[in-house]
Write a protein that binds this ligand. Structure first.
Ligand code: NI
Length: 340
């Protein structure tokens, strides 16, 4: 009973009335004070270029790879040198050689020797997330710590903390931040953290057209896939703000929260420790790793929760391993009028 995560139909949340004054979660954090001045300009561009190119230039790629290697499957065998020894001069492959893949003909056989990967993945050296040790959160006490709006300057420190405590967490990333810090998003995945979609630049989805919402979600999914190798299994709408109509067509399961630490507002380590440590089994806790005071709070939060026999897991593990589309996990609003 209390151990099982709260599953609340989105209509229940929405029916409660989403006035802006009730919206919570992130404040204006996404646009305030998180750009590391030196990074925002110059160094963002190199990673930006392949990112934005990928979405436009990747379309021809899938048609190229399979056609010239009829026998080669996606298996490791196709990675052998010269998987396509018969040069087929008619293939249009030179036109689609992604610039980021480097020299296109190392083996000198006259054909580009990039492997039949469906899309260019310049920074996807990160392996897929390590599987989390199987925990049944209907049988043991679990809490899901979640961190929004990153990656950011404090993310590496947070990852060290989580690893040292053998704790898992879920990061809801902004696509625009992944563009600035692709290596940190990759590190999160490598460390076995769950990565969710928090839109590209943190708009209120209820104020956007369907096309704009789709773009917010899709662009973010694409850059996360490119950097981590996996598509996010969850969406957290900024401010918890999403309309009835949107939740009908958005196919990603949505993760809200049960405990809003309001860390973005207090920027106070002790207050964040107190708030997050009050989480009960089954709760999703909302925090933001773009704030130093929050990241400083996490070691003590973990200690306090572990002392109560609580396991720190991803949202997906908390909800039983397979979140369902069109379901909102966590009450989502603070105070939470939609709670059952
Ligand atoms: Ni946010």
């Amino acid at each position: 009973m209390p151990l099982s995560p709260r599953r609340i139909p989105l209509p229940a949340i929405l029916a409660a009335g989403l006035s802006l004054s009730l919206l919570s979660g992130c404040g204006l954090a996404a646009t305030e004070g998180l750009r590391p001045g030196s990074n925002a300009g110059a160094s963002a561009d190199p990673s930006a270029t392949p990112g934005s190119d990928a979405s436009t230039s990747s379309s021809p790629a899938p048609s190229v790879a399979p056609s010239d290697t009829p026998g080669a499957s996606q298996s490791g065998a196709s990675e052998a040198p010269d998987a396509s020894p018969t040069p087929s001069s008619a293939t249009p492959s030179p036109l689609v050689t992604p610039p980021s893949l480097g020299p296109s003909d190392n083996n000198g056989d006259g054909t580009p020797d990039f492997l039949p990967t469906p899309s260019p993945t310049p920074t996807s050296t990160a392996p897929s997330p390590k599987p989390e040790p199987a925990l049944d959160c209907s049988k043991v006490k679990c809490v899901a710590l979640t961190f929004d709006d990153g990656p950011g300057p404090y993310t590496a420190q947070l990852l060290r903390t989580l690893k040292a405590a053998d704790a898992k967490a879920t990061f809801f990333l902004l696509g625009s931040q992944v563009k600035l810090y692709p290596q940190l998003a990759a590190a999160e995945a490598r460390d076995g953290m769950e990565i969710g979609n928090h839109t590209w630049d943190h708009p209120q989805l209820s104020r956007l057209s369907d096309a704009e919402v789709r773009s917010e979600i899709t662009r973010t999914n694409q850059i996360i896939k490119k950097v981590t190798g996996s598509t996010p299994p969850l969406l957290r709408p900024p401010y918890g703000d999403v309309t009835h109509a949107q939740r009908k067509w958005i196919d990603l399961p949505m993760a809200f929260w049960d405990v809003d630490t309001e860390d973005w507002k207090t920027r106070n380590t002790a207050a964040t420790v107190a708030s997050a440590s009050a989480a009960k089994p089954g709760d999703i806790v909302l925090m933001h790793d773009i704030h130093g005071a929050t990241v400083k709070a996490v070691p003590q939060i973990i200690k306090n929760l572990k002392k109560k026999g609580i396991h720190l897991v991803t949202v997906t593990t908390l909800v039983g391993g397979k979140p369902h589309p069109h379901v909102g996990y966590g009450a989502g609003l603070s105070p939470a009028p939609g709670r059952e």
